[in-house]
Design a protein around this ligand. Structure first.
Ligand code: SAM
Length: 280
């Protein structure tokens, strides 16, 4: 296996620092540095970017990002046991790796980063979905980040890129595709991780569009989509009853049949409906 840097193999790092994987922290580590370099390449040309990495663990992806030329990596890790291993990486790449010990759901990374900023992470799945939704729903658009390169359970990755008419289509697809280009860049079997998780994984790459694909108020669109998919088996006239008393008229004005179900409605039509609902 080709060396990507002069640091010890990850198995040695994990043994030396006694980083036995903790289930509670969702720790499934990537040990193949060629694979982590490949994931880093999905993130794009890193040479002019700062990269925010959440959950570096023993540093496999961190090393991939640095070897692929990231200007700076800011890594936020909750598990203090990983800090000595990460300090060794920082020493090998002087001035290019900053580590913050903390919970990514609570730390504000912006003060530590200079644009352009890209995000890359192999995260525990529950934290990953919550962070993704936060990254996709900032107060202003375009967001502070240019792209997100994130590992998810295969099933979640499919929900992000899903199209109308499929079972996976829902709130996550609409949120992601309204203001981003989203694609599955890599698929990984459980054996790519140590310990192997129960399910397959996939790397999703999202690029922020300069502006939304279709006009809509973000809060209204969020409310309409959440209500529509909360009762996805129901016809929209029933599922959206609470959104507006005259919802049937508004659905028709948006070009949607009141008897359709959320699963069949395109992003463009949901945006048209959000505009109708916003008319007050
Ligand atoms: N990036 C490493 C890799 O690819 O091998 C580790 C991936 S492991 C799936 C997830 C990492 O996220 C662990 O190191 C875990 O300690 C860390 N983590 C879990 N919850 C976190 C949180 N709320 N904030 C920051 N890091 C977290």
């Amino acid at each position: 296996m080709a060396q990507i840097d002069g640091l010890p193999p990850l198995r040695e790092v994990i043994a030396q620092h006694e980083l036995s994987a903790k289930k509670a922290l969702g720790q499934n580590f990537l040990l193949d540095l060629n694979l982590t370099a490949r994931i880093a390449r999905v993130a794009g040309d890193l040479s002019g970017s700062d990269v925010l990495e959440i959950g570096p663990g023993p540093g496999g992806l961190t090393r991939g990002l640095l070897a692929e030329g990231a200007r700076k990596v800011l890594a936020i890790e909750k598990d203090s046991r990983c800090l000595p291993a990460l300090a060794e990486i920082a020493a090998a790449y002087p001035g290019r790796l900053e580590v913050i010990e903390g919970d990514a759901l609570k730390v504000d990374p912006l003060a530590h980063l200079t644009p352009p900023i890209r995000v890359a992470a192999n995260l525990p799945y529950n934290v990953g979905t919550e962070l993704l939704v936060r990254w996709l729903t900032p107060d202003a658009w375009p967001p502070y980040w240019q792209s997100l390169t994130l590992m998810f359970q295969r099933e979640v990755a499919e929900r992000i890129v899903a199209t109308p008419g499929s079972k996976a289509y829902g709130r996550l697809a609409l949120l992601a595709q309204w203001r981003c280009e989203a694609r599955i860049a890599l698929s990984l079997p459980p054996e790519a991780f140590s310990p192997p998780p129960k399910v397959s994984s996939a790397v999703v790459h999202l690029t922020a569009l300069p502006a939304p694909r279709f006009e809509a108020d973000p809060k209204v669109l969020e409310r309409v989509v959440a209500a529509a998919f909360n009762q996805r088996r129901k016809m929209l006239r029933a599922a959206l009853k609470g959104v507006a008393p005259d919802i049937e008229d508004r659905l028709r004005a948006a070009g949607i049949q009141p008897t359709e179900r959320a699963e069949q409605v395109s992003l463009e039509a949901f945006c048209a409906l959000a505009r109708e609902v916003a008319k007050g």
